[in-house]
Design a binder for this molecule. Structure first.
Ligand code: SF4
Ligand code: F3S
Length: 106
């Protein structure tokens, strides 16, 4: 499956959800995750993310492997999002900031 990684936190552009044929994105307060059970590896979402925050599980950036488990866990708790919505007003300021995991809201 594909995995949403750290740079989505507080960016949450949601362009990704529009292209997913199986609606497997789930939305939290300031982050999205992919349900690894539902994802069919179609690859469509990866180029849609303006924050480059989507990777195949086997190609997650070094040091962000914990996001694989986080996607699996949070996709069970959060509701599906299938329609694009406006990103947070300060999304651009957070794009590319390191160490955003403490910012993650559940
Ligand atoms: Fe959805 Fe395809 Fe992305 Fe998986 S790879 S999350 S099925 S758009
Ligand atoms: Fe997040 Fe990128 Fe989607 S910032 S919400 S993974 S378009």
């Amino acid at each position: 499956p594909f995995v949403v990684v750290e740079n989505c936190i507080r960016c949450k552009y949601t362009d990704c959800v529009e292209v997913c044929p199986v609606d497997c994105f789930h939305e939290g307060p300031n982050f999205l995750v992919i349900d690894p059970v539902e994802c069919i590896d179609c690859t469509l979402c990866e180029p849609e993310c303006p924050a480059n925050a989507i990777f195949p599980e086997d190609d997650v950036p070094a040091g962000q492997e914990h996001f694989i488990e986080l996607n699996a866990e949070l996709s069970k708790e959060w509701p599906v999002l299938a329609t694009r919505k406006d990103p947070p007003e300060d999304a651009a300021e957070w794009d590319g900031k390191p160490n955003k995991l403490p910012e993650l809201k559940r």
